[in-house]
Write a protein that binds this ligand. Structure first.
Ligand code: GLP
Length: 242
């Protein structure tokens, strides 16, 4: 079941998502959290830090699994999703960097990186709660339109639309890698719960297709309708086409 919550601002949405996630940490301190990159979850991570401090919630046992990574960036590249998550999630929440597992985008080992990441998730018992943003073309993780709804972590080719959207993080738009490694839609759907956040009019059409459209590979985010525990938290802009 998909529960859709519309609030007045991105800050209120982030605060609500932070409360939801921290309530899970209270009942399970070693929560396995799937973490997303992009501008959308940045304030969620900040709000989690504020609330955890305010209510004395210990995050020391949290484990985190990234949704995706670019393929072929230099190790330690500031544009990598590992770097993004170290800065906006690990540092903000004061966590041990070793709690974060990111699919490897190293070309030398890319042939086995997907299986390796899937095994890491399985070995710890699966992801409890997956945070998701949504791309303006309806992608989740880096599952671009056309991705199989049963897909597992694997290498994908980014669309021009997504490379353009993510160009702001690179000094030149053509520096955005062409390939990525992403949890598959099947992988994402195995998380015990999903929390999707979307803000602004730019996401309104993708959100409407995801929540109210047919379940179809042409809008990968529509797969969340198949999940028994999916919560979608929107500001008014993102909800404007519902
Ligand atoms: C990237 C990530 C997605 C994210 C999307 C939206 O493509 N792979 O996980 O949801 O961007 O990003 P933003 O939140 O910046 O709009």
């Amino acid at each position: 079941m998909t529960e859709v919550v519309v609030v007045d601002s991105p800050d209120s949405a982030s605060a609500l998502a932070a409360e939801l996630i921290l309530s899970k940490v209270r009942t399970k301190p070693a929560l396995r959290l799937g973490v997303a990159t992009g501008a959308t979850p940045v304030s969620l991570y900040r709000q989690m830090a504020v609330l955890a401090k305010q209510f004395g919630i210990d995050l020391g046992e949290l484990q985190a699994y990234a949704l995706d990574e670019y393929v072929g960036l230099e190790p330690g590249s500031p544009q990598s999703f590992r770097h993004f998550l170290e800065e906006h999630f690990i540092e903000v929440l004061g966590l041990d960097p070793n709690c974060l597992v990111v699919p490897s985008g190293d070309v030398a080992t890319i042939a086995t990186a997907g299986d390796h990441f899937e095994k890491a998730i399985l070995d710890t018992g699966g992801i409890d709660c997956q945070i998701l943003g949504i791309g303006s073309n309806g992608h989740i993780g880096f599952n671009e339109p056309g991705s199989s709804l049963g897909s597992r972590t694997r290498v994908k080719t980014l669309t021009e639309n997504t490379r353009r959207d993510n160009g702001a993080y690179f000094s030149q738009p053509e520096d955005v890698p062409v390939h990525c490694i992403s949890q598959g839609i099947g992988t994402i759907l195995e998380a015990r719960s999903l929390v999707m956040l979307a803000f602004g009019d730019k996401k309104a059409e993708a959100v409407a297709s995801a929540v109210e459209g047919p379940i179809s590979a042409s809008c990968p985010a529509s797969a969340i309708q198949l999940h028994p525990h999916a919560t979608v938290i929107l500001d008014e802009g993102a909800a404007s086409r519902l």
